[in-house]
Design a protein around this ligand. Structure first.
Ligand SMILES: Cc1ncc(COP(=O)(O)O)c(C=O)c1O
Length: 298
């Protein structure tokens, strides 16, 4: 299926879309991104993703920004143009173009890219049996160095190295701690632990990305009657919990069945995880509708 890219107002196939070599994210990681999913031609949590992008841009001091509505309209328009019913949408927003890290010396017109693609983070069988996760030697970047709530392109270098470490150990995912030794998150997803029917997840001040799927799962779990605590968790909590699962736009909801070869609970996806998976799938039916493009030649 052809994959389309919108880049600064020009629509082209993925293969021919190119960014300027002096784009500040290309040179320095000075940009932000969002991964968004479309389910059955409805864009899931579009407002929340675009709001996170704009909070990040404000924090990083990007100038000459388009409006949030403009970005949402481009996403919906591109989804309408695309033949995909279910898609992974990538939005990149960079500070501008120019050599040298000093922002005052560059062309500070942000570069905006919207790509309609597909992405499977894990194998279908991983969703059946759950993921084996290993601890990695990479810590999340401290919040006072780079606030983890902004989805900054530059911060992902350590997540990529952590993912490579997990790969080298034959694991499905890598767990990252923060500098206090608290559990933060996996390389591309947030973590939840279940113990005696109570669901716990690291507090945002643990240095995690405040995941939109995380927030959705907290909401649906509370709606289903669960107590959900945002707290501080350690490796001990993983070893002693009954079940664990990971969440993310790309990952969706997936069971974590072991850490460093030690089974979590009975080493199989747990009942609460299965319930959250079902409720999450149900929730993805709600989204911003994408209009059907009428073929003019028809
Ligand atoms: C490091 C990290 N944590 C958590 C998440 C999950 O965030 P969300 O649910 O908003 O996709 C992501 C998603 O890309 C991520 O990269």
């Amino acid at each position: 299926m052809p994959k389309l890219v919108w880049l600064n107002g020009v629509v082209s196939p993925l293969e021919s879309a190119t960014v300027h070599v002096s784009d500040h994210a290309h040179l320095y990681g000075d940009g932000l991104f969002e991964g968004i999913r479309m389910y059955s031609k409805k864009v899931f949590k579009l407002d929340e993703h675009v709001a996170r992008l704009f909070h990040g841009a404000k924090h990083m001091g990007f100038e000459q920004m388009p409006t949030e509505q403009f970005v949402k309209d481009v996403v919906v328009e591109m989804c309408a143009k695309s033949e995909f019913d279910d898609a992974y949408i990538r939005v990149n927003l960079t500070r501008g173009t120019g050599l040298g890290l000093d922002p005052k010396n560059i062309d500070r017109r942000p570069n905006l890219m919207v790509m309609i693609n597909s992405l499977a983070l894990y194998r279908p069988e991983d969703y059946e049996v759950g993921l084996n996760v290993v601890s990695t030697s990479y810590r999340v970047i401290p919040a006072d160095a780079l606030d983890p709530r902004i989805k900054c392109i530059g911060r992902y270098a350590s997540n990529i190295m952590a993912k490579a470490e997990a790969n080298s150990k034959g694991a499905g995912e890598g767990l990252m701690l923060n500098h206090q030794g608290h559990i933060a998150e996996c390389t591309g997803d947030n973590i939840f632990l279940v113990k005696d029917g109570v669901i716990r997840t690291p507090h945002t001040s643990s240095g995690i990305l405040c995941g939109i799927t995380r927030n959705t799962v907290i909401e649906i779990a509370r709606r289903a009657g669960y107590t959900v605590e945002e707290t501080f968790l350690t490796i001990y909590d993983v070893h002693s919990c009954d079940e664990a699962f990971l969440t993310g736009t790309a990952a969706e909801v997936i069971a974590m069945v072991s850490l460093d070869d030690r089974p979590i609970g009975n080493g199989k996806p747990g009942k609460v995880t299965e319930q959250m998976t079902t409720l999450f799938r149900e929730e993805t039916k709600i989204g911003t509708p994408v209009p059907t493009v009428v073929n003019a030649s028809a």
